[in-house]
Design a protein around this ligand. Structure first.
Ligand SMILES: [Zn+2]
Length: 385
């Protein structure tokens, strides 16, 4: 091993300790299997397919892997099913913050749809307050365990429903109280983002921020609408922008107008490799468009989407990318800085996170090989003596 690779190819342990920034993670897609079982028991939810946490975790991954949209959506009916009380929401949000912090995430924007948590009689406001409380508790517990994390919430409206404006107003009401932006999610086909123009126009008038799930299953028209009709600040996934990029036989690359626009305007792409493999948007990590998009300097970021359904974490995502593309700590830093630049918190806070947390964290990791070498050298001298 040369000193170059020692200094730069991250080990799994370094990947975990590296400061990571997460912009696209669903609260109802990241529960601990054991928590689902306990919440089902305490809230009287009887429809779980398995009651053993190990088997249940496996069931979630298999259902998400099955290639069947019905089975994939069924997974969320169970997680959302046990998240209908205040206590359940506080707990799930707290554990989310704890788990992300444990995995080395220093900043996360976690999204959920308040309208899906009203079956137990909570109001939209009570849902948001419960989740915020859980995030704050999780941040506190993480700090006690020696981790630092900041978690902001994104409020999601469902594409097929008609409450987007109401949820956008809710996001705006809570914008200085833990909610940093807005999103729409759900099946892309048949539900173009332009159905919710009133919500996006409202948020623009309020100088607020939003991202839109676009360009995941559905291609360029969805991305184009999200940007040019709705004015999205970021693209949830956006991975199909690859359809507007031609790689020629000689290796040169030609960008179409939309791909050029996305790159020129530094539109952040919330890429979620493992999730894309499960939904068929990419066939392997090595073939995932993130490799080309990173090479072409798009504003690419790495995300988990649904940690439970994909059996993943930020560290796992980076491990796959390191394997597939030979990424180094410098690449990891590039993705993390990209994500931090694209966060919805104020500019001065983003800058401080980059300069005082992210970059020093990577500098520390990148310097470790120097001391390892000293240790092994002195060790071999000793053994000779
Ligand atoms: Zn998503």
């Amino acid at each position: 091993m040369t000193s170059q690779t020692m200094s730069n190819t991250p080990t799994p342990d370094q990947i975990r300790r590296a400061p990571k920034v997460l912009l696209h993670d669903h609260l109802d897609g990241g529960l601990r299997p054991g928590t689902i079982v306990e919440l089902a028991h305490s809230t009287g939810y009887t429809r779980l397919p398995e009651t053993d946490p190990g088997k249940l975790g496996l069931w979630f991954r298999e259902a998400a892997d099955s290639g069947s949209l019905e089975r994939y959506l069924e997974t969320f009916s169970h997680t959302v099913g046990v998240m209908q009380t205040r206590d359940a929401l506080v707990r799930v949000a707290r554990e989310c913050a704890e788990d992300l912090a444990e995995d080395g995430v220093v900043y996360a924007e976690v999204r959920y749809a308040p309208e899906q948590h009203l079956e137990g009689g909570l109001s939209l406001e009570e849902v948001v307050e419960a989740v915020n409380e859980g995030f704050r508790e999780g941040e506190r517990i993480a700090r006690q365990n020696g981790h630092r994390i900041r978690v902001g919430a994104l409020l999601t409206a469902m594409r097929h429903a008609a409450r987007a404006l109401e949820i956008a107003e809710l996001a705006n009401r809570f914008r200085d109280l833990g909610v940093v932006g807005f999103d729409i999610a759900g099946a892309e086909a048949g539900y173009p983002p332009t159905r919710h123009l009133d919500a996006f126009e409202y948020l623009k008038r309020e100088n607020n921020h939003f991202t839109i799930h676009a360009g995941e299953a559905f291609g360029l028209p969805s991305i184009w609408q999200a940007l040019q009709w709705c004015g999205a600040d970021r693209l949830g996934h956006g991975v199909r922008i690859i359809d507007d990029i031609q790689v020629q036989a000689d290796g040169s690359v030609k960008l179409g107008r939309l791909a050029s626009y996305v790159r020129d305007k530094r539109v952040p792409l919330e890429l979620c490799p493992s999730s894309n493999l499960q939904t068929g948007a990419a066939s392997s990590y090595a073939e995932h468009p993130i490799g080309l998009l990173r090479r072409l300097h798009f504003r690419a970021t790495v995300n988990t989407d649904n940690r439970l359904m994909s059996g993943t974490s930020m560290s796992r995502e980076f491990e796959h990318l390191v394997d597939a593309f030979g990424y180094t700590l410098d690449d990891m830093q590039w993705f993390s800085v990209n994500a931090m630049k694209s966060a919805f918190i104020p500019f001065d806070e983003r800058l401080a996170m980059i300069n005082d947390v992210v970059k020093p964290g990577y500098a520390e990791l990148k310097s470790e090989w120097l001391f390892q070498q000293t240790a092994s050298t002195s060790g071999s001298v000793e053994s000779k003596g």
